[in-house]
Design a binder for this molecule. Structure first.
Ligand code: SF4
Ligand code: SF4
Length: 148
């Protein structure tokens, strides 16, 4: 179990990143994963850990986190990386839309292009949006501002 993937794992394919901010009694992520890649050891207030041998980057856990704390990163494309985020706002972005990538502090960092939007009633009003970012910002961009 780890909280971050190894450099070798990052090159293999998409991987989950959990940025759970604080210890709270919460665990929907554990049961959300079909591959049993997420675990909370001991008390329910402990932070989740990821088994990166089991995670295949399937995106299923992203909309299941009430804290919007789960992301999936794909660093395998040659000229960009892909960041998948939970997205609760309406209207949803559409594939091909462009926008601005924001970092964890909300600072504008780069141009992004929407590559994938997954939305379903099963997601409980939270879509999954995937967008391209410059490779060096894959682990910094965590939200988007769409162009009007
Ligand atoms: S991305 Fe898929 S495999 Fe990885 S932790 Fe989330 S649900 Fe499990
Ligand atoms: S569901 Fe989200 S907020 Fe709750 S423990 Fe899992 S990652 Fe943290």
């Amino acid at each position: 179990m780890n909280t971050e993937p190894s450099d070798a794992r990052r090159k293999e394919g998409a991987y989950v990143v959990i940025e759970c901010p604080e210890k709270i009694p919460c665990d929907p992520c554990v049961n959300a994963c079909p591959n049993e890649a997420i675990a909370i050891k001991g008390s329910m207030i402990e932070l989740p850990e990821v088994d990166y041998e089991r995670c295949n980057g399937c995106l299923v856990c992203i909309p299941r986190c009430p804290g919007l704390a789960i992301f999936v990163i794909d660093e395998t494309p040659n000229d960009h990386s892909i960041v998948y985020i939970p997205y609760e706002f309406l209207p949803r972005p559409q594939k091909g839309d462009t926008g601005i990538g924001l970092d964890r502090e909300g600072k504008e960092r780069c141009e992004v292009k929407i590559l994938k939007v997954l939305d379903s009633k099963k997601f409980d009003h939270c879509a999954v949006v995937g967008f391209s970012v410059p490779k060096e910002l894959a682990n910094e961009i965590r939200f988007i501002k769409l162009k009007q």
